[in-house]
Design a protein around this ligand. Structure first.
Ligand code: SAM
Length: 181
């Protein structure tokens, strides 16, 4: 399942929210098995944050962030390349009802989340509109749960190449190996 290409498109950026929300959406995409994250309405500077994370913890070859200005074009291109579009929304079909069908999709997947209310068109351009429960919560929580169900936890076995540091999981304290240059 991890061999399949999964990308995330986040539409919009709420000015009243701090940049941490944007950063967290990127970090979850990276840590939960996605290859690419596309974002609209964000500053190029956000790339420095993810570059620093990839530099420290690895992932330059595994994950990239792309800032785009035309999400319709991206969706069109994705569809032309036979990708499936999955939009996460509280109004969609319950994840428990559709996840088995999603898991056997052979094509690559583009997962759409909104920073706020998304344009109505997204509901019709998407192949699936899926809810993580039918209550409003957060795009980051929705994304994390969707990816975990899709990858069945195996995303945590993914290796991130390069990087200056590596964590050795331990039951107490912090064990970190610092790689020599
Ligand atoms: N009315 C929105 C909706 O359609 O889900 C809630 C807006 S919320 C601030 C921003 C994003 O969080 C949404 O665009 C959606 O991607 C995600 N989201 C929030 N609650 C969700 C839920 N229960 N299931 C799936 N996605 C959710």
């Amino acid at each position: 399942m991890l061999n399949r290409e999964v990308a995330v498109l986040r539409i919009g950026h709420r000015l009243v929210r701090d940049d941490r929300t944007t950063t967290h959406a990127i970090l979850v995409s990276r840590a939960f098995g996605c290859n690419t994250m596309y974002m609209t309405d964000v500053d190029e500077e956000i790339k420095n944050t993810i570059n620093k994370v990839n530099d420290s913890w690895g992932g330059l070859n595994e994950f990239k962030l792309e800032i785009i200005d035309n999400w319709k074009k991206l969706i069109k291109e994705w569809k032309e390349k036979q990708g499936k579009i999955i939009h996460l929304t509280m109004y969609g079909l319950q994840i428990n009802e559709v996840i088995d069908e999603i898991k056997i999709i052979g094509q690559k997947i583009l997962v759409i989340i909104g920073a706020e209310k998304v344009p109505k068109e997204i509901y019709f351009l998407s192949d699936y509109n899926i809810s993580i429960g039918n209550q409003p919560h957060s795009e980051i929580a929705a994304l994390a749960i969707f990816l975990d169900r899709l990858f069945e936890g195996k995303q945590f076995d993914r290796r991130f190449s390069g990087g200056k540091m590596k964590i050795i999981p331990s039951d107490k304290g912090k064990t970190v190996i610092r790689k020599k240059k």
